[in-house]
Every structure is written in structure tokens, then in C-alpha cells.
Design a protein around this ligand. Sequence first.
Ligand SMILES: *Cc1c(COP(=O)(O)O)cnc(C)c1O
Length: 476
Amino acid sequence: MRYRSTRRADDPGQARFCDILLEGLAPDGGLYWPVSWPRLDRSDLAELRRVLAQRGYAGLAQRVLGLFCDDIPAADLERICQRAYTTEKFGGPDIVPVSALDGQLRLAHLSNGPTAAFKDLAMQLLAELFEYELTRRDRRLTILGATSGDTGSAAEQAMLGQSRVKVFMLSPQGRMTAFQRGQMYGLDDPGIVNLTVPGSFDDCQDLVKAVNADAELKADLDIGAVNSINWARLAAQVVYYVACWLKVSRSDDQPVSLAVPTGNFGNIVSGHIARRLGVPIDRLVLATNENDVLAEFFDSGVYRVRSSAQTVATSSPSMDISKASNFERFVFDLLDGDAQEVARLFGQVLPTSGQIDLSGRGAVARSRDDFGFWASRSTHADRLAAIAATWRDCGRLIDPHTADGVTAGRRLVGPEPMVCLETALPIKFADTMVEAVGFPAPVPDRFANVLTAPSHAIELTGGLDQLKCVLRRLAV
Ligand SMILES: *Cc1c(COP(=O)(O)O)cnc(C)c1O
């Protein structure tokens, strides 16, 4: 498979998987996307079913990733997948178990990894891929990121002990739960530097952007990205969409729908990729909270981003996003790969007017008919009700983000099974759980030390200047 930028009309489309592995944006500001798509037919899907049965999740991962990556030898890729997806890291041999809720609803447990969020599934693989490729190129990498809670801890846990990578993670002071803080700041490792920023997630993100705009510093430190614009993260997530379909379908052509709690469009875009490959996915149900920029788009065809002041703090905080960094990839497909138009819309129209209007181009109907997208928004009250009902009726505790997905999935379920993706464990969001069911989710032994570990974080009160100093002093 070869990759091109979503914004460059004359892109020769020559980049390979490992060329873009360590990068974020394409040089023109676009996102990397496949030049052409392989198509899985019924016999390919039957073969994947055999692979999952015989070789487990890691075997399936090697097959699926092999579709996207032809510049790592199969035996190496297999070792990488086996190291990433172990029983030890994911609490059992299934890696992604699927259980029944009620009616047609199922719950896919994507949150059994080291930091109790779905982001572990991509990040564990990314860490192994980074170490492999950095060793091959004899390079080192400084990772600079911003987190609202879950990305940071997933990245830090995954990169822990990888000798060629050093992680600097900015997080908003006082905006994360005690569990999320403990998971990040509790790490005491020379390869991990936590920085707390007085302000919001957007302030953290702005600092990251400002450092990346300093070409000299960026080159000196070899700064790379682990946010969800990274193609390898999306590729890794495709594996669990395939696994969910395999586990729930009864035949090789039975369609299955999925409901996905969404913020940056990073998770659900992998569902879109799986569907494009020919996996029989019927509906992709996009769930938002009160920050409903994406639900509004699928209703109206207008993508109207909000400022950080207009982005409300909710009880599903990892979805408090009003500018979805992966959405451009979907729009590229919606516009049939018209890169010139994508460059105009995302490079000029959106930054100047704050919105993109695709309503005149049949965006609402095409999103549904051609790509299976449906959307629904929920509120704090909906989350509490979904958590309480799932506990009462199914005996399962779900976290507030998963509750957004269950709410949307329930509203939009058709005749096919609807797999709701669990994106975090409820142990991370104790206050909301108490509000919904009257008690916090019991914390498994493996997380017993999270809340008591001594805190290691640098307070970044001096803004960009201080950040640059810290990076120059501590980077590898
Ligand atoms: C990151 C995250 C999301 C949102 O995922 P996107 O890829 O940004 O759409 C939803 N729920 C949880 C718990 C998360 O950590």
C-alpha cells in the first residue's frame, strides 16, 4: 500500500508505511491516506475468521496490518504484534472480548489494556513499531504530545522502557480525574516527562503546535507525534473492528453495526477504513456528547467548529472536542478524493470562516448511503440513565464515554447486532459513577497503586519559553 496527502492534487503517492510511521501531518498540512484500497471478498473474510480462531488477536493483527504495510517483513510484523498484544497486558487471551448486553446490543471490551482505555490497543503496537523502525534507522525520537487524560497515559505506558523514545506530555492542571492524574504522574522513569499546564487541553495543544512551528528546535530534537492523526494508530484500530465483526457475525456476509463514542474522529475513522476494505459493517453510529460538532454535520452537512470557550466541560471529557483532527480524511472520501478541494476547504475556508458547508453536495445522504454513517448526541442525563440502566438490566458497569455510545447505539439499532465500543473502564471516572449508580466501580488489583503513587510532574507556569528550555535540557 502507498500513501498520499489529502491536500495535494499532484501527489505521486509513493510514501510507504514506514516512511509515514514517525510523522504526523504531511508536509502540506494534509493527512496521509491510502492511494488505493484492497477489497476483502468472502473468502478473504473466511480466511480471517480461521486466523483469529487459530492464531488469536495477534495473528489477526499481523494479517490486517499486512494489508497496510508492505515494508516490514511478515515475520518481523508477526513478532511486533505478538509483543504488543499479550495476555499479560490485556488481562486475558481474547485481547478484545465481546459480551452481550440486551436485545441486539453487544459490548466490545476495548479497555482491558494497561491504562484502561481503548487507546492502549493502538499505542502498544505503535511503541513496538517505533522501536523497530528507530533501531532500523538508528534514530531516536522525542515525542511531544498534549492530552486531556487518556492519550497521555496510554502513550507513556506503551513507550515505557523503549530506549529510543522519550515522551514529553502536557496535561491541563486540574482538569483530569484523580485516577487519570495518578496514572500519568505516578510514572517515575527517565524516559517520561509530565508537564502540567495551567489552563485547558486546548492551551496544551497550542503549546505543542508552537514548538512544532519552531523548525530549528523541531529538527534538533527529532520531534514526532503520537496523536490520532498518526496513520499507524488508525491502522492498528482497524484490527479490532475486524475482530468485533468476526466475533459477532454468524456467517461471512452477515452485517454488523457499531456505535462509537467520538471526539477526534480517530476511533471511528478506523471503522470507516474497515468498511471500505469490505468488512460487512452496516451502520457506523457516531456518538457525541453535548459537544456535538460531528452529530451536527451528519444531520446538516455543515461542519462548524467551535472555539475552546464554546467547548463545554462534560462528564465524558475525552469527547470534549470541537475540531476533529481526523475528519478531513472522511471528507476526502466524501469528495471522491478531490485533494484540491480538500486543500481549499481545510486550508482556507475553515480557518477563515470557521465552517465547511457540504450540504449542497449531498453530504448527509451520501454519508449514510455510501459510508454507513449515522450520528446521535447525548447529554449528562442520558449518560447517567445509560449507566444506571446497563447496571440494572445487564449487570455491567460502563464508563460515561461508553454510555454515550450505548445511548446512540440503542437509538439507532436496526435488525443487525449493534456492537457498542467500550472506550474506557469506569474506574477512571469515579465521581460520575457515584452519581449514576451510587458507588464507584471497584478498582482491580493491578491498578491498586495508581491513586497512592508519588506524583512526578513539572509545573509549566512559564509558558512556551519554559517548555523549550525543558525540552532542550531533558531531550535525548
Ligand atoms: C479518546 C477517547 C474517546 C474519543 O476517541 P476519538 O478517537 O478522539 O474519537 C472516547 N472515549 C474515551 C474514553 C477516550 O479516551
